[in-house]
Design a protein. Structure first.
Length: 119
């Protein structure tokens, strides 16, 4: 997806509190997710596809200096013109990147064993 497509999808979403659980007994985590339900993106051939947002979806952002930043897509939020989100669910570490610094955005199902816990 383009940086502008990422901006529009996250900007137009309504954040919500969610809980996730890993397949291993490491406990659940509760956090505010971005509220994006379906992610409009493109496959490697440029064909439009839709991914169902889940805790398994990973996002790689490449900045204009060539550095890669990895996030869990559902944790990405937008404050002013800066995206921030978790890059580790276990450690709970957050990273940030300014919208103006984003060159490319890649989204994929990382296959991690996380799922939402519904009460």
């Amino acid at each position: 997806m383009t940086p502008q497509e990422l901006f529009e999808q996250v900007h137009n979403a309504t954040p919500e509190e969610v809980s996730t659980q890993h397949a291993l007994p490491i406990g659940s985590r509760t956090y505010t997710a971005n509220g994006v339900k379906e992610i409009a993106c493109r496959d490697k051939h440029g064909k439009p596809v839709t991914l169902h947002n889940s805790p398994q979806i990973e996002m790689r952002i490449k900045d204009k200096k060539g550095h890669r930043h990895i996030f869990y897509f559902d944790t990405i939020n937008l404050q002013d013109s800066t995206f921030s989100g978790l890059n580790s669910r276990i450690l709970g570490t957050r990273k940030s990147i300014d919208f103006a610094d984003i060159k490319t955005v890649e989204v994929q199902n990382g296959g991690k064993a996380y799922h939402y816990v519904y009460k």
